[in-house]
Design a protein around this ligand. Sequence first.
Ligand code: ZN
Length: 175
Amino acid sequence: MSCREEQDFAGAVIDSLKFAANEDCITGKLALSVLPRLTDALVTRKGWLDCELAGYHDTGERTGKLGLHLRVRGRLSLCCQRCLAEVVFDCAIDSRLLLMPPGAEWPAEELESDDYDAIPASRELSVRALIEEEVLLALPIVPRHADCLLPVVVEAEIEESGPSPFAVLAGLKKH
Ligand SMILES: [Zn+2]
């Protein structure tokens, strides 16, 4: 399947059901600076996301249904909630989003399924808004370094720092 590069990816608006029915596909880069809700959670606004959005016909249990296959790759700088330093998060989204036409019955299994999510079909779907929402959902709830040592280091310092400065002073006064 060929995927065309969309020059104005941030400004792209698609008719979602038509896009999926045509198995259309666009790729592009999205600057983090155009994603205000996301950058609120970031240490830096520099950088971008590599994105690909492809329409598809579901051939599984939901044959005939239309969906969007979204792939996003990018490196995000979050704030470690333990030591407050930067923690790098490699964003790697590979989601299938089932399009729900107006009035369609929402699939009951959608809430439990990890295979796909359902989103309302729209004739004017903002690609930027869709991706920002999906990236926000993919962020860790409490970002922190996997091996953040801060609390351990603090405890170790307290235990190993020997007598308190006051004890040392008391010792000096004796001489
Ligand atoms: Zn940390």
